[in-house]
Design a protein around this ligand. Structure first.
Ligand SMILES: Cc1cc2nc3c(=O)[nH]c(=O)nc-3n(C[C@H](O)[C@H](O)[C@H](O)COP(=O)(O)O)c2cc1C
Length: 192
């Protein structure tokens, strides 16, 4: 058993989202290691486009509290135009060092096509700017329509990578913090 808590933020609002399926799979694996989990489904949040003049709006406080509570956070995104989704970016813009500094983060990208890697790279850069501790292991599901059926990942190799992401999130949830990243010191946010 562990008292580790893992949250996952789904960057797709689609009802039949493959990204949500992937995150559910990773969280299922985290639970097998005894972690408590929280799928943060952004369909349930009112989050207007972030306006720095207004700061928190809508359900931002709840979003931040649920991310802050987690020892490790999984960020899942559909690949949109070779990057991660605006839905996820908007949610992340409400957060900052308070939620992510020193927090273990795992990344998942889900693509209609065959090249999900750039979105993972882009998310990794964002996480470094927030001084999160990003797992080296990352997972991607390309050609999602042919790899997911009835809410399950049918490709054994991909399923194993996603499951490993959930396990690593628990295993590295409480690592000793590293010195701050260069990016996090240079990319100062509105609250610095
Ligand atoms: C606006 C938009 C842009 C997209 N851009 C890409 C892309 O650049 N590369 C790709 O492989 N798939 C692209 N797709 C397809 C999605 O990645 C794919 O449908 C994915 O399964 C969506 O994830 P979801 O099921 O979690 O919503 C795009 C879809 C949308 C709606």
């Amino acid at each position: 058993m562990t008292d580790t808590h893992v949250a996952a933020v789904c960057g797709s609002l689609r009802d039949e989202s493959y990204t949500r399926v992937g995150l559910d799979r990773a969280l299922e694996e985290a639970e097998l290691l005894g972690a408590s989990t929280d799928l943060i489904d952004l369909r349930e949040f009112e989050l207007p486009v972030f306006d720095a003049d207004r700061g928190d709006a809508g359900d931002a406080a709840e979003l931040k509290a649920r991310i802050d509570r987690a020892d490790a956070v999984l960020l899942g995104t559909p690949v949109y135009h070779g990057s991660y989704s605006g839905v996820l970016k908007n949610a992340l813009d409400y957060t900052g060092f308070d939620e992510f500094d020193g927090t273990t983060v795992g990344l998942l990208a889900v693509a209609g096509g065959g090249f999900p890697v750039t979105s993972l790279d882009h998310l990794r850069s964002v996480c470094r700017a927030l001084n999160a501790w990003v797992l080296p292991h990352q997972a991607a599901i390309p050609q999602a329509r042919t790899k997911i059926e009835d809410g399950r990942i049918t490709d054994e190799g991909l399923d194993s990578r996603v499951a490993t992401l959930g396990r690593r999130a628990v295993e590295y949830a409480n690592i000793e913090p590293d010195p701050r990243t260069f990016e996090s010191r240079e990319n100062v946010g509105a609250d610095d």
